[in-house]
Ligand binder design. Sequence first.
Ligand SMILES: Cc1ncc(COP(=O)(O)O)c(C=O)c1O
Length: 395
Amino acid sequence: MNNAEIIELTHRNMVDVYGCLPLAFARGHGAYLYDADGNRYLDFFCGLAVTSLGHGNPRVVRAIKEQAEKLTHVSNVFHTEPTARLVERLASHFGDGKVFLGNSGAEANEAAIKLARKWGSGRFEILTTLGSFHGRTLATVSATGQERYHQGFQPLMPGFRLIPFDDVAALDRARRDETVGVMVEPIQGEGGVVVPHADYLKRLRDWCDRNKMLLILDEVQTGMGRTGKFFAYEHAGVKPDIVTLAKALGGGLPIGAMIARSEIASSLTPGSHGSTFGGNPVACAAAGAVIEALEEDGVLENATSVGGYILERLGEFARSYDRIVEVRGLGMIIGVVLKHDARPIVEECIKNRLLVNGTAGNVLRLLPPLNLTREEADAGLAVIENAFKSAPLPK
Ligand SMILES: Cc1ncc(COP(=O)(O)O)c(C=O)c1O
């Protein structure tokens, strides 16, 4: 099938919640994707921070193939080796933790929310932040601090109270007797790559310790090396009580994880939570290979150095092109704040075969593969600079 045929067939039959771009992809290799008409695109989008080792990473492909040939599913009533190995790896990166596996970021956050309520024994309210994004299920959309995701779905689920991001003083004003914790993204991704002050997480940790509250970090987007560390919170030198991962964890297969300190995780007892597909052995084998690559292939170091280089070059663009307000990010999660809607820049880049994403209206978001080379970075930056130069200003 060609691009047009795939697009037409999809439009005719699929619930239209995504407003898809008119592009259909057929295969990928490294930092490049090929559409169904054979055109090649450089991928600074990574399926929304998912394919962080690029497409067709040999470690990941091998792990998926080998596991698919052996066994694809048995349910959580039984054990499998890939699942056992993955939870061991995740628990050891976290340090003295226990892992619950699901299939998505929203499901990982649902697990975190349910665990917080169970642990709280009556305390149930979680403080979340304006501009945040935690998922699309009813609980996680209720936790999300952006009204546009709420519209049409009210009444929202009770048990969440919004406070400004990067504002520790707001915690004291917002807390109630029923408050059990605070849930934040270390960097707000979907909200526009908003990077808080360097001491924000540390001050949140201190506040939670003083007030016997849980610190829950949603690292669905920032985790798995996106910022140059396995967990973004490592930059702040703190450890949360609960952290969630998804997106890049499975190297392209659906998997999410909630990791909690062991003494907190023990509040979830047999029968209290679950997921049919959670811990699927093929997804776990893929995730194990992704972690191996982070540990052994110099991926984190590359994300730091090439990400730093991209940030630096974009900083230079900001001095040359009046339409740029600010460049921000860490490692390979990068936002360029524009004076106008990001759409014309995104469209111009895609026209020139570079996949990028616009978020929060006026923010161009770059989520390149963590193993991007300097040459690939330069190729993408040339397309972006051209877009800053030539894309029309929106009316
Ligand atoms: C920080 C964060 N949390 C949660 C989610 C939801 O993840 P999923 O779409 O896998 O449910 C996302 C997705 O963009 C996210 O960025």
